[in-house]
Design a protein around this ligand. Structure first.
Ligand code: GDP
Length: 458
């Protein structure tokens, strides 16, 4: 991006522990800001030779770290990276200490005593953005990468970190910006008309932009599945082995199981990775048979649970003949966007079978691998969309959809023969939306574009 905000020349110096708060072999404390080198020199003394402020960038130096009271705290490694070639674009340093949470906390205190202050959440990356080291989608990718729960999600975030989204939208931005500059010139110099030939050329550019934006917007569905998981309902009448299956899936994969206070009241979701696919399992354990006619309840219950699901895991007890309620579960599975049928309790003699079920024994884990393969086959990585070009958050999707609406409105304005100022307003709206996506400044670009493309002084 050529028009990044100007680097921040002077900033206060921030410090934070960069690694997790558990015992580990190594823990990292990070420092960034104008006084970084002075601060680091106050707390860290290399074993031999010059202080860190006189060392070259990105070399690990062994030395001693002193606490706020001046006592020896750790024998560790330090490295510095000077502005502008660092993560934040400022002078930065890292201390690679022994990974005791106490050592790291004390190291942080020493840095505070030496002149740094506690960094706020996301402040290093915010500075990287402000200093033009990354755009907003890249900053968001940093969070996505840290949060990634599947290999696919990590791959997409890593590619976004490389600027994949804005590389795509920058082209659209530049082309629309070019049109905008021309329309501006026409408005400023009303004697110059826009030739019909040029106008149809511009419309074609807009149509192409609309198509690209619409393609990009369409990636959001998949992007959010990648990031947030597939909504999955485990259906089955009581005692068929749903909870056991869930435990087997989670245990087998050693997946992270998190309680997410749901968006709806008291709903609890569990996340599990199955076949590389992140599943958001709605807790349907509360479903219980009541005194109403069994068949009707079964149908309603299954339908309600399956209604929102992108994937239904239908669990049918293999050790007992299928009941009316099982048939209701099967019907709900048929109506779901995607479904996997599980014949549970496969260790017991089968009371029935059908070709489209996966026999699973939740007690031994037999059949879970087939279940994983089925999930992977139902949600394959979409090869048509290169990694990094999936929109993964609503902010990005909203900005792209708004840009798309504006471009379409601009095309409509041209088709209706409306005056250039109306077209201009719509294109500026689109540029604004795209500018928001990447975080770049819009008006300045347009102004620059005018001066670059048209000789206003003539
Ligand atoms: P849910 O009500 O559908 O969640 O079913 P549960 O997971 O609570 O299991 C109901 C009963 O079936 C429990 O006694 C389990 O131990 C048993 N069960 C679950 N899975 C299996 C299995 O694969 N084989 C056998 N033999 N019993 C199972």
């Amino acid at each position: 991006m050529t028009d990044s905000p100007a680097p921040v020349s002077c900033s206060d110096t921030i410090a934070a522990i960069a690694t997790g708060a558990v015992l580990s072999a190594i823990g990292i404390v990070r420092v960034s800001g104008s006084d970084t080198l002075a601060v680091i020199d106050r707390v860290f003394t290399p074993r031999a030779g010059a202080p860190m402020s006189e060392r070259p960038d990105r070399r690990l130096v062994l030395g001693r770290l002193f606490g706020a009271d001046g006592g020896l705290l750790d024998e560790c490694l330090a490295t510095v990276s000077r502005a502008p070639n660092s993560y934040t674009g400022e002078d930065t340093a890292e201390l690679q200490c022994h990974g005791s949470p106490t050592v790291l906390r004390e190291a942080l205190k020493a840095l505070f005593a030496a002149g740094a202050r506690q960094a706020k959440a996301g402040e290093f990356t915010r500075r990287a953005f402000l200093n033009g080291r990354m755009d907003l989608t890249q900053a968001e990718a940093v969070v996505d990468l840290i949060d990634a729960q599947t290999a696919q999600a990590a791959r997409n975030a890593a590619a976004q970190l490389g600027g994949a989204v804005t590389r795509r939208t920058d082209g659209i931005y530049d082309r629309l910006s070019g049109i905008c500059s021309h329309f501006h010139a026409v408005l400023d110099y009303p004697d110059e008309d826009i030739e019909p030939f040029a106008l149809s050329g511009y419309r074609a550019v807009m149509a192409e932009a609309a198509e690209e934006l619409s393609r990009l917007f369409a990636t959001f569905r998949r992007g959010s599945v990648l990031k947030n998981g597939v909504r999955c309902a485990i259906l089955g009448r009581p005692n068929v082995g749903k909870s056991s299956l869930l435990n087997a899936i989670v245990g087998y994969d050693r997946a992270i199981v998190t309680d997410i206070p749901g968006t709806t009241r008291d709903t609890v979701e569990e996340k599990a990775v199955m076949g590389g696919v992140l599943l958001r399992l709605a807790d349907t354990a509360g479903m219980r048979a009541t005194e109403d006619p069994v068949e009707r309840i079964g149908v309603e219950r299954a339908r309600a649970a399956a209604q929102d699901a992108e994937l239904v895991l239908a669990v049918l007890d293999g050790s007992e003949p299928l009941t009316a309620e099982d048939h209701a579960v099967l019907e709900a599975a048929e109506n779901a966007p995607k479904a996997i049928l599980v014949r549970s309790k496969a260790d017991l003699p089968a009371a029935w079978t059908r070709p489209d079920v996966i026999p699973v024994c939740a007690l031994t884990g037999a059949g879970i691998d087939a279940l994983e393969a089925a999930a992977a086959a139902l949600f394959p990585p979409d090869e048509a969309i290169p990694a990094g070009e999936l929109l993964t958050n609503p902010r990005q999707a909203e900005a792209v959809s708004r840009a798309l609406e504006y471009v379409r409105a601009a095309m409509d304005a041209i088709d209706a023969g409306i005056t250039p100022d109306a077209v201009l307003t719509e294109i500026e709206g689109a540029l604004n939306a795209l500018g928001e996506l990447s975080g770049r400044v819009v008006r300045e670009d347009i102004t620059n574009g005018i001066f670059a493309r048209f000789c206003v002084g003539k």
